[in-house]
Design a protein around this ligand. Sequence first.
Ligand SMILES: [Zn+2]
Ligand SMILES: [Zn+2]
Length: 280
Amino acid sequence: MAGREDRVQTQLAGIPVSGVSIAGHETWFHFPTLGLAFDLGRAPTELVPVSHVFLTHAHLDHAAGLAYWCSQRRLARLGGGIAWTDPSTVDTWRTILGLHARLEGVEYDAAVEPMAPGETMVLRKDLEVTAFRVAHRVPALGFVASERRHRLKPSWRGRGADEIREATARREEVSESWTRPLVAFCGDTSADVFRIAPPEVFRAKVLLLECSFVEDEHKDRANGWGHIHLSELADHSDLFENEVVVLTHLTLRTGPAEIRRLVNKRLPPGLAARTVPFLP
Ligand SMILES: [Zn+2]
Ligand SMILES: [Zn+2]
């Protein structure tokens, strides 16, 4: 039987993902086809070669593996590697990594870099990641990974290939870029995220949304620790245009069968049918 702390490997709206996400224990997600990770958890071996890491906040269930990731990348002779995270935490992280490097008597090539809410990093010609602010007990970010495509400007659609080729040769701008949000990750956040997150978050194909608690008697616990309770998801069910809503950061206090039962009981059927608890 699969244990709750086992790695989950699956596809969400056709996008491969693996990871672990349990409240207070460990959270990381690896999207191999996007070449990125959201959070590092305790830095499993699988994440060592991933050079783009987006770190939501400094709680150790999400970030304990940062120095280990840097150190393992050095051992494997992997150049570069950036963990993007909240600007207000970067100096402290650099101090910590500097101390580890000194203790190990080495220098790390991988680094922590600031990413402000609203800032976008272009990872590939066809992929970018944008950060947004969420509401937690420490400074925290969420991220949206979007596909970048080019298409003909409306004024050029329906015209012949020769005409378009000639215009391109004249260096006329015939195409425009557009983005489609693929995966949004809210990290750890209170239900304020429903008010402050940008609209792309709720339009992304896949939304990874923390839902730490599901039982009625855990509502105070959710609110006290800056987390979301299942009833708050139900209250905002009109918001979600996502193909799949993935419940992450679920507590160990409630068993998988009970989590699934409550999701189906508490969420409206239209949302429950698209909701997947991230469980082994
Ligand atoms: Zn957490
Ligand atoms: Zn946290």
